[in-house]
Design a protein around this ligand. Structure first.
Ligand code: SF4
Length: 249
């Protein structure tokens, strides 16, 4: 189970280079309105130890101190990524935090890219939508094309409709990255709904699609991976239609 401080890293990743992480969720807990079977932070019910969300002021102080220290030490930072223990847009200060992060990025590491990993459930809220449009890479999740299938993989907490999320994503006019997990569960697998998912991708035309599979321990046991070759075969029709797809095994 990941338990990250508000600002963590930088860690080196092949995809993002030297990447600083920002966790807008509690330091010792998890808060999400999904409870995905594959969540690297574990089940929601096991993440209730700490519920204090960092405020905009907390983030400003922690991020400024880290960027200052990294600059003094000559540590490169290629990307600043919101990817904490839960869903970052649930933090009520999210829009203000995006603004201050972009300001600090411009001040300390102007060439670093700011990315947000989100499950897209709040993308329809005007203030969240505006904030996501400002960052370099809004990376938004859609794992399955119907409410029943999403219930199997993402286990939403409370009100959720794929149609609402698709409507919210369509307002980005393609200026986002769509992220989709391919996996095998008990009695179901992503391949079963790939046609419906591809129809949504065609409608949304995201500037990039990232498909990936599980690669760490998951809270639900017995889940199966897809190989890169299997995923490529599934998304080949979209590749042939000119959609940019990154496949991560
Ligand atoms: S949306 Fe992300 S943080 Fe939330 S349960 Fe799913 S994988 Fe975990």
């Amino acid at each position: 189970m990941m338990r990250e401080s508000t600002v963590f890293g930088p860690i080196f990743s092949r995809r993002l280079g030297s990447s600083l992480g920002i966790n807008l969720l509690p330091e010792k807990g998890k808060i999400c309105n999904f409870d995905c079977v594959y969540c690297e932070c574990g089940w929601n019910k096991d993440g209730l130890l700490d519920t204090r969300l960092p405020s905009a002021d907390d983030v400003r102080k922690a991020l400024a101190a880290k960027l200052e220290a990294c600059r003094e030490a000559g540590t490169p930072i290629d990307s600043i990524t919101f990817s904490g223990d839960g869903e970052p847009t649930l933090n009520p200060d999210f829009p203000e935090i995006i603004d201050l992060t972009l300001e600090l990025r411009d001040l300390y590491y102007p060439s670093a890219k700011v990315s947000v990993l989100s499950n897209a459930t709040c993308a329809g809220k005007p203030e969240v939508f505006e904030a996501l449009l400002k960052v370099d890479n809004p990376i938004l999740k859609l794992d399955a094309p119907t409410d029943e299938q999403v219930a199997l993989v993402n286990r939403p907490v409370g009100h959720y409709h794929v149609a609402d999320v698709v409507e919210a994503l369509s307002r980005f006019k393609g200026q986002f990255v769509l992220q989709t997990m391919f996996l095998r569960g008990p009695g179901w697998e992503s391949a079963q709904w790939v046609d419906g998912w591809m129809e949504i991708v065609r409608k949304l035309r995201p500037r990039e699609v990232m498909v990936y599979t599980i690669d760490r321990e998951t809270p639900m046991k017995g889940l199966g991976k897809y190989t890169v070759e299997e995923m490529r075969a599934l998304v080949q029709p979209l590749i042939d239609e000119g959609i940019t797809i990154q496949i991560k095994g």
